[in-house]
Design a protein around this ligand. Structure first.
Ligand code: ATP
Ligand code: MG
Length: 243
């Protein structure tokens, strides 16, 4: 039987909130407004996943599907420096793929699963940043919502199988809904993740991220079956996520 492993986020209080970090054989979803650190957490996890388990790592490689063109080599190098590992090696241990539409995103997941099967036990993390952005572009028309949800559901079921089969942690970023505000403008409703009940059902753990005072950020566990709804502050630094 496979044993669940945890990958530290780099911030102690956030790890405690999650029961040690993000778990393998499970899907962790982070949603929140822009600049709350969804992508920076993803970069930090990609480095920590490679560390020995004694350092909160997963002793494995990471795969990263980038849908918004926000993966940055320089960020990985700086985070690797913080943990004292070789920055070039850290980068080589991350399989990065850019997705251009939702179908391509699904194809990349299939390719990555094949890699996981070829290199059994080597990968410990799969990031998709963001899970939903391309679906929102591809199915933006009126009446396309049910088709979008159906395709999203297929992808999420696929991801859960991958998480379990290969004992990897899956970290997904999600956006927040925009609701009509005053006049004709749309304002983001920070507490409403996109993807409806399909997304809610698929995520094992949902993290709602928001801005605090100044540079502070706050994470809150959102309807988890086994973690109480508590909060943890964190900050984004050159070395990644910290307390
Ligand atoms: P979006 O919804 O736009 O994708 P996000 O939640 O993914 O947003 P991130 O890109 O993860 O947000 O975080 C952006 C924040 O990270 C900014 O506040 C920025 O100041 C901070 N940040 C990025 N790089 C660094 C760095 N090298 N040092 C310190 N802070 C940084
Ligand atoms: Mg981002």
């Amino acid at each position: 039987r496979k044993k669940v492993m945890v990958i530290s986020t780099g911030a102690k209080q956030l790890d405690e909130l999650l029961g040690g970090g993000i778990q393998t054989m499970s899907i962790t979803e982070a949603f929140g407004e822009f600049r709350t650190g969804k992508t920076q957490i993803a970069h930090t996890l990609c480095v920590i996943a490679q560390l020995p388990t004694a350092m909160g790592g997963g002793n494995g490689k990471a795969a990263y599907i980038d849908t918004e063109g926000t993966f940055r080599h320089e960020r990985i190098k700086a985070i690797a420096d913080r943990f004292g590992i070789d920055s070039e090696a850290a980068l080589e241990n991350i399989l990065v793929a850019r997705a251009y539409n939702s179908e391509h995103q699904m194809d990349l997941i299939t390719e990555i699963a094949a890699r996981f099967a070829e290199e059994k036990g080597i990968f410990r993390l799969l990031v998709i940043d963001s899970i939903i952005a391309l679906f929102r572009t591809d199915f933006s028309g009126r009446g396309e919502l049910s088709e979008r949800q159906q395709k999203l559901n297929q992808m999420l079921s696929r991801l859960m199988k991958i998480a379990e089969e290969f004992n990897v942690a899956i970290y997904l970023t999600n956006q927040v809904q925009s609701d009509p505000g005053a006049g004709m403008t749309f304002v983001a409703d920070p507490k409403k993740p996109v993807g409806g009940h399909i997304m809610a059902h698929a995520s094992t753990t949902r993290l709602y991220l928001r801005k605090g005072r100044g540079e502070e950020r706050i994470a809150k566990v959102y309807d988890s079956p086994d973690v109480p709804e508590a909060e943890a502050p964190y900050a984004i630094t050159v070395g990644g996520i910290v307390d």
